[in-house]
Design a protein around this ligand. Structure first.
Ligand SMILES: NC(=O)C1=CN([C@@H]2O[C@H](COP(=O)(O)OP(=O)(O)OC[C@H]3O[C@@H](n4cnc5c(N)ncnc54)[C@H](O)[C@@H]3O)[C@@H](O)[C@H]2O)[C@H](O)CC1
Ligand SMILES: [K+]
Length: 555
């Protein structure tokens, strides 16, 4: 499923209308009908829930215990009214349609016609004077007027939401700029305060369709009927929360036009992993495979106060399926971790008996890397004197795929102008796995600034720096040097726990060691990490009690 910006959507719309010759009126008709169908689906769901609460008329497997009028063809015999637009007691439903002056409003007017056709009560609530509508929206305004659909104009007549059963938000769509103003703001606030279910056309009004930032006020939707292509603002928080259930409805615009008019950003699903990224999600093992077949990870990580980070990361690499893993750690720590993960090989790095890393160990790490397939560093490293030079030696003299996380990212940020301008020149791939704070330090901006447009910041950094970038957080963004981006949807809030990032680093390194490319290992690693977190949270029952180790065990 492609994810687009408002500008990209507009360009795809233009292409569809002016190059393919699909009339804008058809698109709007399809859009409005889709919205009406989702309103009716919501009404049916709520009716069914009410009935099951009242009469328990659903048997144990959730099927209706008896056939209701809705189950029989509405006209008896084989003639069936449009099944998507039939309701049992439509008359009970009174829906207020909030109509903006743009094409989003046009969609709402089309939906109004279809809901009236299905027998629901409908009242139009114009945010602006109806004569402010132009083009296709004006055509729909006139059709609604000719059909005698009741209409109120905000500011002229009182709008009492207590009289309605639901609200369609067709105020602002991809043409919205900044915080809602005037009557738009008033209607959004009143709709939210009414406590009635809101179905939003395309995007909740008050949401930045590109970044997911919510303005004040912003519609809190029960359902968002996203038209044609998924908008970026719906897959990043807090926008994703304001949207409620997101239903992407085709309206006749070919999805494959999206990458022709902007960057290729997709929802990361197992199907995308298999098709676009060509990952063998079945993770088949060759019958004649041996440890060497599946690669050897070297992890330079851990320090006295954070030895566990190294352990979690190294164990996760093994769980991700690499054949061998060596954990390089400060010499003083080694005796204390012997046998904790018997499958793990350990290598002492000179530490002057401090249990901390020191810059002199860079060459030892490079020597170890020569007989390993992947070098990962960062988890639990801590900061130490000369650490940026230590990291610089690793990236300058190692020809292994490199995974840089946690404190190693902070060292990179401190390297400032001496940091590589283009990692793409390295002979092997580089993957960075920052959380938003580390990303902010790399970009020289605050965390909130990073979070305000996650996809854009990640995609630009990856493209400019020639790295594969994993910007962690809810809906992790995976961005590639060639400009593609993927938005992960697996995961669980319970994963917000110390060490979860160390586990992800290990998983990605473990997949790289098995020969996956940087973008395959990053995308599949994030996907698996999230799935393991979901499973671990389920096993624990109480997600708040989740530990990073549970994620490793659930892998
Ligand atoms: N072929 C198509 O383009 C299709 C479009 N679809 C729907 O159309 C909207 C995009 O329509 P557009 O007219 O470009 O923008 P809006 O309807 O969102 O218009 C908003 C309207 O309101 C004014 N405005 C903008 N920002 C604010 C604000 N912050 N406060 C108050 N008022 C504001 C501005 O003047 C605009 O005119 C898209 O989302 C779809 O819903 C159809 O899907 C079919 C194809
Ligand atoms: K809307």
């Amino acid at each position: 499923m492609f994810i687009v910006t408002a500008e990209q959507m507009r360009a795809v719309d233009e292409h569809t209308i002016h190059k393919l010759g699909i009339p804008a009126a058809s698109l709007m008709e399809n859009a409005g009908r889709s919205i009406a169908e989702e309103v009716i689906r919501l009404c049916r769901e709520d009716d069914a829930n009410r009935r099951s609460e009242q009469h328990g008329c659903w048997n144990k497997n959730g099927k209706r215990a008896h056939t209701g009028p809705g189950d029989r063809p509405a006209h008896g015999g084989d003639i069936i009214a449009d099944p998507a637009l039939v309701m049992e007691q439509p008359g009970d439903q009174q829906w207020y349609m909030l109509i903006g002056k743009g094409n989003n409003g046009g969609d709402g007017l089309v939906a109004a016609r279809h809901l009236v056709e299905a027998g629901l009560g409908v009242t139009l609530v114009y945010a602006d004077a109806p004569d402010a509508l132009r083009g296709e929206a004006a055509v729909q305004r006139d059709a609604a007027a000719q059909l005698g659909i009741p209409a109120l104009v905000h500011g002229r007549e009182a709008v009492d939401f207590s009289r309605c059963t639901g609200i369609v938000d067709a105020l602002l769509g991809t043409g919205s700029r900044g915080a809602p103003r005037g009557s738009y703001a008033a209607l959004i606030a009143a709709a939210n305060d009414s406590g009635k279910p809101v179905v939003s056309a395309d995007v909740p009004s008050g949401l930045n369709a590109d970044t997911g930032e919510v303005y004040e006020p912003c519609i809190q939707a029960r359902v968002t009927v996203c038209l044609a292509l998924l908008k970026r603002g719906l897959v990043q928080y807090p926008g994703a929360s304001a949207a409620g259930r997101i239903v992407v409805r085709s309206i006749g615009i070919p999805a494959r036009l999206a990458p022709e008019h902007g960057p290729s950003v997709r929802l990361l699903t197992e199907e995308v992993l298999r098709s676009a990224l060509r990952v063998d999600t079945g993770r088949l093992r060759a019958p004649d495979g041996h440890k060497g077949t599946y690669g050897h990870v070297l992890l330079a990580a851990g320090s006295l106060p954070m030895s566990g980070a190294g352990l979690l990361s190294a164990k996760a690499a093994l769980r991700a399926g690499c054949g061998l893993a060596t954990w390089a750690l400060p010499a003083a720590l080694l005796p204390h971790v012997i046998g904790t993960v018997p499958e793990l090989m350990l290598a002492a790095a000179a530490d002057g008996d401090s249990g901390e890393w020191n810059a002199a160990s860079a060459d030892a790490v490079l020597r170890l890397a020569e007989s390993r397939d992947v070098l990962a560093t960062g988890p639990g490293l801590g900061r130490f004197k000369g650490d940026t030079d230590w990291l610089r030696r690793l990236w300058q003299h190692s020809d292994r795929p490199l995974v840089i996380d946690a404190d190693a990212l902070n060292m990179l940020a401190d390297a400032g102008p001496t940091a590589p301008r283009d990692w793409g020149k390295r002979s092997a791939a580089t993957i960075l796995t920052p959380h938003p704070g580390e990303m902010g330090r790399l970009l020289g901006m605050s965390t909130p600034e990073v979070q305000r447009d996650r996809i854009e910041h990640a995609a630009r950094y990856a493209r400019e720096q020639g790295v594969t970038l994993v910007l962690k957080g809810a809906r992790t963004v995976i961005a590639t040097p060639s400009g593609e981006a993927y938005i992960n949807t697996t995961g669980h809030a319970g994963m917000a726990t110390g060490g979860a990032g160390d586990v992800l680093t290990g998983i990605i390194a473990g997949l790289l060691a098995q020969g996956l490319s940087a973008e395959q290992a990053a995308a599949f690693g994030v996907f698996l990490h999230g799935q393991a977190g979901e499973r671990a949270a389920l096993l624990r029952g109480d997600p708040a009690s989740l530990l990073a180790g549970d994620i490793v065990d659930a892998l």
